[in-house]
Design a binder for this molecule. Sequence first.
Ligand code: MN
Length: 202
Amino acid sequence: MTHTLPELPYKLDALEPYIDAKTMEIHHGKHHAGYVAKLNAVLEKHSELRNKDVDELLMDIDSIPEDVRNVVINNGGGHSNHSKFWLWLSPKKQSPEGKIKKSIEKNFGSFDKFKEQFSNAAAARFGSGWAWLVLHGGKLEIISTPNQDSPVMDGKIPILGLDVWEHAYYLKYQNKRPEYVEAFFNIINWKKVNEIYEKAEN
Ligand code: MN
């Protein structure tokens, strides 16, 4: 298959003031588009990989031929991570709801403790990467990954993730990553997060 850049489910300025339109324009239209283009280019050399979707490629990363494995990790990971990321964002403020709300409270003690632990993971990731809430062996965990490494490669299911590459926040927040992380909590699409969690649990 040819991998394609998904359309954003909202306008570029819909996440203002938390994420500015210019950042969204470059992030989606240049960075994400770039991962898709590079992934497609490298798969041209390997027709046997062309019938798999991007998460199928990542789930079985050790089986990807060595000459293209790193390109798939970086650009397939970039495509997968960003495709999920756009759906985790909501122009309207939402509160945690449903099963995920209960499971977060049960696993982390309270929503505030979850938020603190997730924010710390986002802040502590040195350089470029992601902070994640994942489902692993039936349990919720907070982790972070470097670069575009996807939790899917380790058999973990992303439930919520935050891009902490500078390209995700630098125009508006410069070096103040913690302010960007705090802002993120105003635009999480908890309805979608809950949907993903309920599906992953089954
Ligand atoms: Mn990004």
